[in-house]
Design a binder for this molecule. Structure first.
Ligand code: CMC
Length: 434
């Protein structure tokens, strides 16, 4: 791959027709060949299942250099934001494009805090779900239902309503996620407390019970906040593209985010942290690692090392490094000295990073490799892992949705296809079919 290609145009010959296709440069990263007029000029489409070489939009929000392992939110390296910022500051940055001043930050925190409660009727809505439902199923349903509860912020042509819907979703996702958790374990919902920061409030809504006072552990709350920052956006991944595609038809933002949550649920995407922890548990001990590594390399075995590999990162996922550090901090704070899962994870990472198969295919640990162990130590069941990812990613989805809606050139998304089915044929009455 020639990542530094600086060509100003691209020539394409289709039969005897020669086309000069315009090239659009980005601020950094690969340029794109604009094929918008290709069909009109040649009667042909391009073909790129899985979008491995296709940019679906232009965006100013997040930049990833997968070869170098770089992730920038609005130009700022993820390492610096995770080290010195907080999640709500990250939300402001992603939504507005700049870091807030102290006054802007105070105002934003206040605006988000004022929206943390959900309509009381949502409590009754929750009662309709089976207790043993996966909390992601509950999230898809309840976030979609927000459009029924907050009808006054579904007019996407009104910038004020767009912003209110955005703030509402950032504020209410932690409340809904905690409710999904409480519902699954049969405990009463805990109302939000607006004197706490977002992550402390979230931990309290998850782990407090009305019968006892709950003291938020600042190390765990900082870890939670960092996990939210790391997951806040990741440019045009499957769930974000789902949100954009759903939003391109003019659907309301709550419905679009529900679509993003549904997409995130899959094990190749947000469900990977749950799958990674299950895998580490299945491996169980360091001596079983060679067997699982062998299986991961076997073409005839569908098993993959969960938490390894990434469509974009062909280097160490920069979020995984921060996640690994956070994992150690949490385990230290909780006095967990010998966690067998952590031992398996550290050894598995070492083995895989030295293995020819993983080196050659550029398969490195991704963020999900260490997040499962961390979240488990914090007291979350595996079924909640993807819910936490959805909570954190909501701001990214919203920022991307807003960017798309506010783009004057925005059109409904409508990919084309290569048809490989039956050619035209005549309908046969059932009596004549064999
Ligand atoms: N273990 C073993 N082999 C793998 C793995 C793995 N985890 N990932 C990829 N490969 C192999 C794959 O078999 C293929 O081999 P070959 O070229 O011989 O057919 C090659 O590497 C390329 O894989 P691919 O599936 O074509 O690559 P992709 O870019 O479509 O897939 C991925 C990316 C993340 C879906 C994949 O690496 C995977 O399934 N990883 C495990 C699941 C996981 O951890 N997902 C979390 C992603 S990070 C969180 C997020 O952003 O959502």
């Amino acid at each position: 791959m020639d990542a530094k290609n600086t060509a100003k145009s691209a020539a394409l010959a289709v039969g005897d027709k020669k086309l000069d296709l315009p090239v659009k440069p980005g601020t950094i990263g690969p340029s794109v060949v604009d094929i918008g007029k290709l069909y009109g000029q040649t009667g042909m489409f391009t073909y790129d299942p899985g979008f491995t070489s296709t940019a679906s939009c232009d965006s100013k929000i997040t930049y990833i250099d997968g070869d170098e392992g770089v992730l920038l939110y609005r130009g700022y390296p993820i390492e610096q934001i995770a080290e010195s910022g907080d999640y709500l500051e990250t939300c402001y940055l992603l939504l507005y494009g700049e870091l807030p001043t102290a006054a802007q930050k105070a105002d934003f925190d206040f605006r988000v805090n004022r929206h943390t409660m959900v309509h009381e009727q949502m409590h009754r809505f929750f009662q309709g779900f089976r207790r043993d439902a996966h909390p992601m199923a509950v999230m898809v349903g309840s976030v979609g239902a927000l459009s029924a509860f907050y009808h006054d912020s579904t007019d996407i042509s009104d910038p004020t309503q767009r912003m209110i819907a955005s703030i509402r979703m950032i504020a209410k996702m932690p409340t809904l996620a905690a409710m999904a958790f409480k519902y699954s374990i049969g405990q009463p919902f805990i109302y939000p407390r607006n004197d706490l920061d977002l992550s402390s409030n979230f931990l309290r809504m998850c782990f407090a019970v009305p019968a006892e006072e709950y003291k938020v552990n600042p190390v765990l709350s900082r870890a939670m906040d960092r996990i939210f920052i790391l997951h806040a956006d990741h440019e045009q991944n499957a769930s974000t593209s789902t949100v954009r595609l759903a939003g391109s038809s003019g659907a309301n933002p709550f419905a679009c985010i529900a679509a993003g949550i549904a997409c995130l649920w899959g094990p190749a995407h947000g469900g990977a942290n749950e799958a990674a922890l299950k895998m580490l548990t299945e491996i169980g001990s360091v001596d079983k690692i060679p067997e699982f590594v062998r299986r991961a390399k076997d073409k005839n075995d569908p098993f993959r090392l969960m938490g390894f590999g990434h469509r974009v990162y062909k280097n160490y996922d920069p979020r995984a490094k921060i996640m690994q550090k956070t994992c150690h901090e949490v385990l230290n704070e909780l006095g967990i000295k010998d966690d067998p899962l952590l031992d398996v994870a550290i050894e598995l990472e070492k083995v895989a990073l030295q293995d020819e198969y993983f080196i050659e295919k550029k398969l490195y640990p991704n963020i999900d490799f260490y997040s499962g162990i961390t979240l488990k130590a914090m007291g979350f069941p595996t079924t909640m892992f993807t819910v936490l990812f959805a909570l954190a990613r909501t701001v990214g989805w919203i920022a991307q949705w807003k960017e798309m809606i506010e783009d004057p050139g925005q059109k409904i998304g409508r990919p084309r296809q290569l048809y490989t089915g039956a050619p035209r044929r005549d309908y046969l009455p059932i009596s004549r079919r064999k």
